[in-house]
Design a protein around this ligand. Structure first.
Ligand code: ADP
Ligand code: MG
Length: 429
């Protein structure tokens, strides 16, 4: 199977080969043909399997095939749950449309709206957006979705987890009822099915991996351990195993900072990424991690979501997530592109019930090992730790990161920033 045989145009093939892609990934093979036919599609495939190109390539093909509109109304809307993901999808749209007469823009919260509005005014074909800023600009009468032909919901599962259902419903009402709808998700839950029923019209359902299964290439392990010994055990695993590229997940931003400091104190280069870090700091940490000057990246779920971290050999869950699907996402960060990976989870007594629901979701008992000197505390309570905020616990992440993501906005004056500060940060995204 080749990109050419999928029926994509020459100008797209040129961009694809410039990106260095040789063959389409399984989800691309399955999703691209029905999208090109104009059908609604519900696609699920693990993180890192090329879903973005799976919807962007056929979308670009369809838009450039149809006659161009004089004033370039927004003809396609891609909705994403986080700023990072919006920026990343936008980058892909730009790359894949390099040889097409297609204009695109990205909008998200936390930054001055002016440059975003100016770009939209000039006329764009594709808008990539987070829901908060989209509704904000719509309410101010600064954009219209009345001419949208194709609507894409990326990372639909995460949209639900973050409590964006209402926003999605409101956005849907702003578009013409007759349109093509595409929904992409890493997991396929009952909630997703329900959402799909409300949005999609006789959808073709495609999936590249069995639902919620964890890849065989990833070996998973649980270490039962006393809470107070987690940091020491983390350091031991990294040092004894001589692990050189490790992604660690913590439940809180504060926890990420604390662990990062301890690792650095133990002589292990580390950086934290989470919503309280400026975009500059996040980009720098990720770049350092990719080029191996930073050995460990400590992240919260939402910060890691959507980040493209290739060929990651080790993932450590310093705490296991209380939302089971997040476990699948987290370990999906290892064993990408067929490479083998290892995911270990440190589980203290209070996380017992989370572990049970994770094992239920992935449909297997994860092998457990207790390491001598790092035993669990026999007297600790199995009462779950307070989560605060429930399923919406991630909504606030990024709210305080008021630093501007420089790569995606241009020339913002301080005065206009101040003026806009009442709009800024109003929403999580
Ligand atoms: P997902 O959305 O499924 O998590 P992405 O769309 O972010 O995955 O893609 C993950 C990585 O795979 C990106 O670096 C992307 O450039 C790359 N990629 C996508 N399609 C292909 C392909 N056909 N061949 C090689 N690499 C690809
Ligand atoms: Mg994706």
């Amino acid at each position: 199977m080749s990109f050419k045989s999928l029926g994509l145009s020459e100008n797209l093939l040129k961009a694809i080969s410039k990106k260095g892609y040789e063959i389409p990934s399984p989800i691309q093979v399955k999703a691209i043909p029905p999208i090109l036919k104009g059908q609604d599609v519900l696609a699920s495939a693990q993180t890192g399997t090329g879903k973005t190109a799976g919807f962007t390539l056929p979308l670009l093909h369809l838009l450039s095939e149809n006659p161009k509109h004089k004033f370039r109304p927004i003809r396609a809307l891609v909705l994403t749950p986080t700023r990072e993901l919006a920026a990343q999808v936008y980058t892909n749209v730009k790359e894949y449309s390099a040889f097409l007469d297609i204009k695109s823009a990205v909008i998200f919260g936390g930054v001055n709206q002016k440059p975003q509005v100016a770009t939209i005014r000039k006329g764009i074909d594709i808008l990539v957006a987070t829901s908060g800023r989209l509704l904000d600009l719509q309410n101010q009468g600064l954009l219209s979705l009345k001419r949208v032909e194709i609507f894409v919901l990326d990372e639909a599962d995460r949209m639900l987890d973050m409590g964006f259902l209402r926003d999605m419903e409101r956005i849907m009402k702003l578009m013409p009822p007759k349109r093509q709808n595409l929904m992409f998700s890493a997991t396929f839950s009952k909630d997703i099915r329900k959402l799909a029923n409300g949005i999609l019209n006789h959808p073709v359902r495609v999936e590249a991996t069995p639902e919620n299964s964890t890849v065989d290439a990833i070996s998973q392990k649980i270490h039962r351990v006393a809470k107070s010994k987690k940091t020491a055990l983390t350091i031991k695993l990294i040092s004894d195993g001589n692990w050189q590229q490790v992604l660690i997940f913590t439940r809180t931003k504060h926890g990420a900072n604390r662990l990062t400091k301890k690792l650095i104190g133990a002589g292990i280069t580390a950086a934290a990424i989470h919503g309280n870090k400026s975009q500059g700091a996040r980009t720098k940490a990720l770049a350092g991690f990719k080029n191996a000057t930073i050995r460990v990246m400590v992240a919260t779920d939402i910060a890691a979501r959507g980040l493209d971290i290739p060929l990651l050999p080790h993932v450590i869950n310093y705490e296991i997530p209380n939302i089971s699907e997040d476990y699948v996402h987290r370990i999906g960060r290892t064993g990408r592109a067929g490479a083998s990976g290892e995911a270990v989870s440190l589980v203290s007594a209070d996380e017992t019930s989370y572990l049970r629901s994770i094992e239920k979701l992935v449909g297997m008992k994860i092998p457990m090992e207790i390491i001598e000197g790092y035993e669990p505390d026999p007297n600790a309570s199995t009462e779950p730790v307070k989560q605060g905020g429930g399923r919406n616990r991630n909504r606030g992440e990024g709210r305080n990161s008021s630093k501007k993501p420089k790569a995606y906005t241009s020339k913002q004056s301080n005065s206009s920033n101040k003026k806009k500060s009442r709009n800024r940060n109003r929403r999580a995204n």
